[in-house]
Design a protein around this ligand. Structure first.
Ligand code: PLP
Length: 399
């Protein structure tokens, strides 16, 4: 322990990965656990993507590629940004990395000095603050309100900015809340970002998983000044069910992209060659193939939110995107289980659910938001129904 670096001592295991590992272990031990913890779609990667990778393997694309991605993939990403976001980039603006998580890690490494501040709205995706800690930078957490649909207001952003602020992270639609920023809300944030001349890291990995007619916008598309200050992050994992392929990407100014290529050339060398061919097929192939996935998520979302709102002591906003819901459980705190366990906070409640109801959820505190829990609905309807039955019973059992 004493030989470990200060850097690594500052961070913890990703709590979401820890919970899904625990649920998998319990299942392997023969327990009938329903896991709402996983952040990955339960669908399979579409066949045309798999065949593109197989073809690449067979035809010999099994060697090193350029450090920050094959030219053909960069061109496909440029095409995607034009088609989906009306953003124009050249190859020197694009980097390809080993998943969007790695893209973000590279961006942080390239931008953050010890002592720099990075503004992160809470509830946040678990890795945003810990990656900053790895870099010795300070995550400045802005607590958003449920009443604001968990969106950071321009006033909150402005208040958090100091001379040490390097960047702000925006994630719309969001993991863990599923909340999305409207175009107007993004424009208002963009004005503050431009006024104070800070950078914006915009994580748009859930942009295609949206419901009730919600429209995702890239903040970078809302004017030249904000585009120059924005690093747009995206990836294939979520909408194409490609979590294991590990391909993510970003668009930004040439200087940052070159810096990221240097980091990558000294670390992973390049993203896996034939996985990049799969990514090209996903980006250039028929886009309507994600429709069934989106409608399946939508059906589950409606069901789960309605069920939660019918349970006394729980309330749940209707998320605009992603595949998570983030119910408010604070009214349950202070209650006691039949076994005599006092529920004081979201961690206690998650512990109660896994031990007494065999249901795995992630406590809100893992995302910087006490009083809530996150459930992923990336599983079939029968399991969701059974899981909600168990949660409802567990809540009714509390006194
Ligand atoms: N960003 C957000 C908000 C996420 O939820 C995730 C995955 O959980 C990622 C980035 C990273 O995705 P990947 O590294 O699989 O591309």
């Amino acid at each position: 322990q004493s030989r470990l670096s200060e850097r690594v001592k500052a961070i913890k295991e990703s709590p979401t990965i820890a919970i899904s590992t625990k649920a998998k272990q319990m299942k392997a031990d023969g327990h009938n656990v329903i896991g709402f913890g996983a952040g990955e779609p339960d669908f399979d990667t579409p066949d045309h993507i798999k065949y593109a990778a197989i073809k690449a393997l067979v035809s010999g694309n099994t060697k090193y590629t350029p450090a920050d991605g094959m030219v053909e993939l960069k061109d496909a990403i440029i095409h995607k940004f034009k088609r989906d976001n009306n953003l124009t980039y050249t190859r020197s603006n694009i980097t390809v990395n080993v998943g969007a998580k790695h893209t973000l890690f590279n961006i942080y490494m390239a931008l953050l000095n010890p002592g720099d501040e990075i503004i992160i709205p809470a509830p946040y995706w678990v890795s945003y603050p810990d990656m900053a800690l790895i870099c010795g930078a300070t995550p400045v957490i802005v607590e958003t309100e449920e009443a604001d649909n968990f969106c950071m207001t321009p006033a909150q952003l402005e208040k958090a900015i100091t001379p040490k602020t390097k960047a702000v992270v925006i994630n719309s639609p969001s993991n863990p809340t599923g909340s999305g920023y409207s175009k107007d809300a993004l424009k208002a944030l963009a004005d503050v970002i431009v006024k104070h001349d800070i950078l914006c890291i915009s994580d748009e990995i859930y942009e295609k998983l949206v419901y009730d007619g919600f429209e995702s916008y890239s903040i970078a598309s809302l004017g030249d000044e904000i585009r120059q200050r924005t690093i747009v992050v995206n990836g294939l994992s979520k909408e194409w069910a490609m979590t294991g392929w590990r391909i993510g990407y970003a668009a930004a100014n040439e200087t940052l992209i070159k810096a990221i290529a240097n980091i990558q050339s000294q670390s992973t060398t390049n993203p896996t060659s034939f996985a990049q061919d799969g990514a090209i097929a996903a980006l250039m192939g028929p886009q309507e193939l994600i429709k069934p996935l989106v409608s399946a998520f939508d059906e589950r979302r409606k069901y789960i939110v309605d069920r939660f709102n019918a349970i006394p002591g729980i309330s749940c906003l209707r998320p605009q995107g992603a595949f998570y819901c983030f119910p408010n459980i604070s009214a349950l705190f202070g209650k006691t289980s039949k076994q005599g366990m006092l529920i004081k906070d979201s961690s206690d409640f998650a512990e109660y659910l896994i031990s007494e109801a065999l249901v795995a959820v992630v406590p809100g505190i893992a995302f910087g938001a006490e009083g809530f829990m996150r459930l992923s609905y990336a599983m079939g309807m029968p399991a969701i129904m059974e899981g909600l039955d168990r949660i409802e019973k567990a809540v009714r059992d509390l006194q």
